[in-house]
Design a protein around this ligand. Sequence first.
Ligand SMILES: [Fe+2]
Length: 274
Amino acid sequence: MNSIPINKKDSENLSFFQDLYNVKIPDIGNITIKDRKKISSNIKKYNFTLFELNDCTNSNLLKFANNLGLEKIIQNPYSDKNGVSNITAIKDKRQGEYIPYTNKKLNWHTDGYYNSEKEEVRAFILYCKNPAIHGGENYFLDHRILYKALMKESKNFIGYLTQKDVFKIPSNKNLEINRNFSSFVFNVDKANNLTMRYTMREKNIEWKSSEQLPKIKKFIDNFLDLNNPLIFKIKLKKNQGIIANNVLHARSSYEDLENNKRFLLRLRFGDELK
Ligand SMILES: [Fe+2]
């Protein structure tokens, strides 16, 4: 197994993620059966996989995703024709209103929690072209783990979180997508896959009133504490990426230089990786 560049001081983290392969793929047009098996094994166990490529263009990154069965691109206003968005700090006033395009900390969320069912984000890729000088770590938690923990704590928590109107995104000019939208947090699809829509942000989201809500929020906040050994922490290095079945994720703030900027590519898909 290849070594995994995670924080080696965190021995508990190492033990949970000891079966995670960092899959090195020299030729994206020709993924070997052995590497495909490693990716599948990662996905099955962790709901995400790490990978490393030789330097790659936006269209090649899309081809790589296609070769893994991710076909349905979910666009956003800042993605190119390949569905690729540049995740870097941007001075543009409008785009710079969104935290992903700044150097600020990004709170826990799943991608496209405000998207309609048709535009549901089921998988994403983050690929590092250039890491930050300081900070810019990414954090991931398989939402299946959180679901099980909530269920163990109280079936009523899950009962609340699976309601179709448990939160509402009111129309707001500051959101990428401007609509009134209600949704569940957890759902099980026809293929029996668990999906999650969540944001830790308090702005532009209205939760359905319930006396359980403060307890649930507290439980989730505690669970997403970075000392939880089930959280995968990584600072992606150049040409390293992660593909995930839209698991919960967050990012620390970072520092870079104008001539040496943190630069990641992101793609989103409506298909699940198997
Ligand atoms: Fe995200």
